[in-house]
Design a protein around this ligand. Structure first.
Ligand code: ADQ
Length: 462
């Protein structure tokens, strides 16, 4: 079996372990099976390039190779090009995207450095798997260094329509870089189609089959690999005796009889202000639920040095204050807004204790919260998932109540429908949803990608 080499912006934290997060668990499992190597940033920042070092660490049989970033790298590669240019463009938000020459150079510099670090560690037969928008050029950088191994890339975030991408100043070389991979994987068929359309319409590429493109003199394989969660691990956290105690503590002693839950990184792509407005509309349309229904919104801090994230936080705090001011009473707080990271155990209890899981991003690659919410439910009395049609998860999770997150009336009506749904219908929907998330869990995700990557080279050799 060939060794697997993974490169991603961050690697698993050896101090905290994998947790139950889908991505880390599945990547870790695939690496363990192949005595793998994982390269990335260790989360530390140093003053200048002279302070950079590479360290190796063994974690559960796999080798972690990590490096810090310099302050300039952090500002230009991470906050700059990755999170202020690529992230907004890929989430269809050209209005929030910022482009500077320095950030593009910082992005190229860090990707070059990662390739320099990785190149001497590679064996001829290694399978190489690069992850996400931070590392788009890594494969091309390795090719420039003479690496002829099978190299795959998986994009965790959406791929925008051709005209949106074309507005981004640096898009040309990024697409050329993607063409250097053997396999490029996407979360949904919409993302895959957007990419293929770009290559065909702007670069004269030709589709050879549904998943195969011919462009720039070479064949590129693409595929749809929806990310999943470790379903059994999540169920076991949600059904443990400790979870029962937690639910009691978090909810039952509370004032609310209907718990509606949102869990997200505090990111503008997650549609939090629209969600709060929809909840407000729900209280206006269905006054019978006043004093009974509470929206608990857990929003973990993220990228707090980027202005757009400072703005969204302010907007959200303003909105929740406004709703509480208008509707709240001495014995009822309509919106409970919690701005912090919470443990997997608490999350699982929150999911299980809520009647409605409100997952309404404006655009999302997949959205693992939707799958975690389903996994955590009591199968005999499950809650209802209200899911944005613009989350990648909606492509498979048909039995959720699918909504347009921009339409506050529609979301308000879906909340009402969820709350009043019969137990039989809830159980039926839940059964279908849990089968779907089992079918596409974290383990099958990494297995399918790696098999497809291996197959690329088998076909070429034949
Ligand atoms: P994210 O944008 O981070 O991931 P998501 O898929 O929802 O979004 O994953 C978030 C993870 O963080 C979940 O496991 C969730 O439980 C956890 N989380 C969120 N808020 C938390 C909080 N307050 N405390 C603790 N944990 C919290 C990116 C893409 C997604 C894609 C994933 C995986 O943007 O579209 O689904 O990668 O590919």
């Amino acid at each position: 079996m060939n060794r697997l080499v993974v490169a991603s912006n961050r690697v698993v934290d050896p101090e905290c372990g994998p947790g139950a997060g889908g991505l880390v668990v599945s990547v870790l499992e695939a690496l363990r099976n192949r005595e793998g190597l994982w390269l990335g940033w260790n989360g530390e920042i140093v003053a200048s390039e002279e302070d950079l070092s590479i360290s190796r660490q063994n974690f559960e049989g796999i080798t972690l190779v990590v490096t810090p970033l310099t302050e300039a790298d952090y500002n230009e590669y991470y906050l700059g090009f990755s999170n202020s240019s690529l992230w907004p463009v890929h989430h269809y938000r050209l209005d929030l995207a910022k482009f500077t020459q320095e950030s593009a150079e910082g992005y190229r510099r860090v990707n070059d450095r990662f390739a320099d670090m990785l190149h001497p560690l590679l064996k001829r037969t290694d399978l190489i798997w690069a992850h996400d928008y931070h590392l788009i050029p890594l494969g091309a950088n390795l090719r420039e260094r003479g690496v002829n191994n099978a190299i795959g890339f998986f994009l965790h975030i959406p791929f925008p329509p051709p005209d949106v991408l074309a507005a981004m100043p640096e898009h040309g070389w990024l697409i050329d870089a993607l063409l250097q991979y053997d396999l490029v994987g996407f979360q949904t068929s919409v993302d895959q189609a957007n990419f293929c359309r770009f290559v065909c319409e702007f670069l004269g590429g030709k589709m050879r089959s549904q998943d195969t493109l011919f462009a720039a003199g070479k064949t590129l394989n693409t595929g749809v690999f929806p990310v999943g969660i470790d379903v059994d691990a999540f169920i076991s956290i949600a059904t443990s005796p400790e979870a029962e105690v937690r639910i009691e503590r978090l909810y039952r002693r509370g004032e609310s009889r209907v718990n509606i839950l949102g869990v997200d990184r505090l990111d503008y792509s997650k549609g939090l202000p629209d969600r709060l407005r929809a909840f407000k509309r729900f209280l206006e349309l269905y006054p019978q639920h006043r004093k009974a229904a509470t929206l608990m919104q857990i929003a973990s801090p993220t990228r707090e040095d980027v202005q757009a994230y400072i703005d969204i936080r302010r907007e959200l705090e303003g909105l929740s204050g406004e709703i509480n001011g208008e509707f709240g009473d001495f014995d009822w707080t309509p919106v409970r807004y919690i701005h912090r990271l919470v443990s997997r155990e608490t999350l699982a209890a929150l999911y299980r204790g809520s009647q409605v899981g409100l997952v309404t991003p404006l655009r999302d690659g997949m959205n693992l919260v939707a799958k975690e919410y389903v996994a955590a439910q009591d199968e005999n009395d499950p809650g209802v998932l209200v899911l944005s049609r613009f989350a990648g998860a909606a492509e498979a999770l048909e039995e959720a109540l699918i909504v347009n997150p921009y339409d506050t009336d529609e979301v308000a009506q879906a909340i009402q429908r969820a709350i009043t749904m019969s137990r039989d219908e809830r159980m039926e929907r839940h059964q279908a949803l849990i089968s779907r998330i089992r079918l596409g869990d974290a383990h099958s995700w990494s297995k399918k990608f790696i098999h497809a990557l291996e197959a690329c080279r088998c076909c070429t050799a034949a």
